[in-house]
Design a protein around this ligand. Sequence first.
Ligand SMILES: [Zn+2]
Length: 226
Amino acid sequence: MKPLNIFILGPSGSGKSTQAKFLAKEFDLTYLKSGEMLRAIARQNNTLGKKIKKIMSEQGKFVPCKIVIKIAKEELKKIPKNKGIVFDGFGRKLPEIKADERMLAKMRRKIDFVFLIEIGEKETLKRLSKRRVCKKCGTNFILGKTISEKIKKCPKCGGEIYQRKDDSPTKIKSRLKEYQKETLPVARYLKKKGILIKINGEQPIKKVYKDILENFKTGREILKKK
Ligand SMILES: [Zn+2]
């Protein structure tokens, strides 16, 4: 069977990275997160690294699609051809997902499924107000859940833990609007292709994963028969 390529989409706070990692671990797939991939390049002291660092440090600015694709291509070359991949933070806009498809096609891969984890505005606000981030390694924490209020340093790397400026209610709301505006066409496009699987993200983490797993297994069986 051909290696699977899975995309996970969802607004911030939907828990998509957690779910993507569960899936990658259980099925021995490579987990590729666009933000982490870009941060790793930004740490390199070369021209590209410096350029990305500059863009990423400017609040709210996204690294242009062309650059993301260029870096992703290099990253994909390192992954064995027979290994499946879970993509996190890719294809958030229609031109992006189309560019990702073209890139994968060149490597004889294709997007097999896309999980869209859905959560409402109220739940997003509730979750993101509790979000804390490590300045150094970028790990997300949830106050009172994955980290206690007393801990000020990241348990993974010792970096400073802080609340992102764009996690204020107004900023969250405008980001959600932007997300909906961009994601709707992506979802429509993927639905037409028959590869979109919507998941209710307003459930406990384990239940969300259970839903993903059931759909994943069914989808895999269908692909095997093809
Ligand atoms: Zn850290």
